[in-house]
Write a protein that binds this ligand. Sequence first.
Ligand SMILES: *[C@@H]1O[C@H](CO)[C@@H](O)[C@H](O)[C@H]1NC(C)=O
Ligand SMILES: *[C@@H]1O[C@H](CO)[C@@H](O)[C@H](O)[C@H]1NC(C)=O
Ligand SMILES: *[C@@H]1O[C@H](CO)[C@@H](O)[C@H](O)[C@H]1NC(C)=O
Ligand SMILES: [Zn+2]
Length: 525
Amino acid sequence: MNHAVVCFLIFLVNIYLVTTLEDQQHWKNLGIEDIEAALKQQQNIGLAKNVILFIGDGMGPTTTTAARIYSNSEKHYLSFEKFPNVGVLKTYSADQLVPDSCSTATALFCGVKANVKTSGVDATVKYGDCAASLNKEAQLDSLISWAQAAGKRTGFVTTTRVTHATPSALYAHSPNRNWECESKMSPNASQCKDIARQLIEDLPGRNINVIMGGGRQCLVSDVTGTSDDPIDTWSCFSRDGRNLIEDWKISKSKSGVSHAVVANNNDLNTLKLNTEYVLGIFANGHLKMNHERNPAPHGMPSLTNMTEKAILLLQNNRNGFFLMVEGGMIDFAHHRGHARQALSETVEFSNAVQKAVELTKKVSYETLIIVTADHSHSLVFTGSAKRSVSILGADEKSEIDNIPYTTLLYGTGGGNNYQFEVVDNTMKRRNPQLDDTISYDYSQQAAVLVDEVKHSGTDVIIYAVGPMAHLFHNVHEQTYVAYVISYAAKIGPFAGNGGENVSFVKYLLISVIIINCFVSKILRE
Ligand SMILES: *[C@@H]1O[C@H](CO)[C@@H](O)[C@H](O)[C@H]1NC(C)=O
Ligand SMILES: *[C@@H]1O[C@H](CO)[C@@H](O)[C@H](O)[C@H]1NC(C)=O
Ligand SMILES: *[C@@H]1O[C@H](CO)[C@@H](O)[C@H](O)[C@H]1NC(C)=O
Ligand SMILES: [Zn+2]
């Protein structure tokens, strides 16, 4: 080969290395940049007039790492990953090491750990125990009730049914998360009210200004599905002749407040922003995954679309607002073992957070934005894949059986994830290179066959920006979130001037200890 050609090739290789490999200076510069940002960071000890709490359902640390890479590259950050304050939350429930979404939502929104599959009640209520859940002492107030009592506007947005596990803990008290409507309740629970009716008929549900999500089949009896918007045959399907959407409208008309029911993109687009009460029900069951959603006027909105409208609606208030936003389909995708769908939903969740940051920029000094997950999922990120390959690829081979494996796997999984075949009388793991591992519907392999991919008990990350965001600073119990919001916004337990009741509690504790000492001394004598 000619000398000039060789030189040119070496030159090209050099350019390639310089542009792709980070040298020592790169990491040093990055370190300096991060230190400068950290030194500039100031604590905001002001009042949180507005609070937006984002919950990525099932969005554990493995999911955010993989979604970051999927959305761009490992160098990238999701919209909330540069929030100035980050902490870690322990998610176990009152009865299980690995929790469900109802118990964790109760912890996050009410500040008290509950048993799995119970919503808005304390741990004295066992799963399915209607009588125990009717005990007023066991029923918990949530951030929504605290915010309403402080004159704030309230709302929630979700991609699940509005009666589903996570949102239910904001307004319901139920010993069974499946009691979304009457058809899933047993006759011996007739004293209890289903979750849909609690939302529309009871406090604080009926005073919520913005409700957006799916779940028409729980609110209205005998609705018909379409291929674009099917009935979810697994969950509650009301049969008792109810029309809670109509009931909601009638009650709002009677109170003389401006209100609107919206059912698709067109309704959402044309909604007047001075409407005081909005009920947005966009699907019979859960909303469609973002990648298969119909964005046409008669189709369903994205999480970002709903978040945007909710903030614009709630902002019209002197006393501020509280909004909960749930990316609910991350969990749903993981349960079915479809990693790409979970990553794609996480990216859309990140977009919704970005939108919220933009919309509240002018009032960022008085807006607390918190992003976290309710629990993790059993997604596994392992092997020794090169940085250049797809996060969804199967580029590594087992040194033992020579069969390739995907970089993302699941610990537990259903039949579609459990891929072992009998070849020559021996069990062999299926070669994933025979499948399209990049596709939305691919099911990554799982180690253990169970009914479906199960949750993980791994801690979740909490990201925060705004007033009192620095109170998230180490490993916390999940219940801490409710108290930080209460403290930052002066609602609920820390309402009024805040400090007083804390010192009262301290005083009470000290008194109890002193009395205890005396009593034990007397007993000993
Ligand atoms: C209520 O009925 C269900 C089944 O219909 C049963 O599993 C449950 O144990 C009953 N609960 C009580 C408190 O009797
Ligand atoms: C939803 O968001 C997309 C992209 O930002 C936008 O083009 C569309 O108009 C929005 N739809 C509604 C109903 O707000
Ligand atoms: C303290 O709590 C009581 C109820 O327990 C409430 O009435 C009072 O207003 C609270 N005080 C402050 C300063 O928040
Ligand atoms: Zn789940």
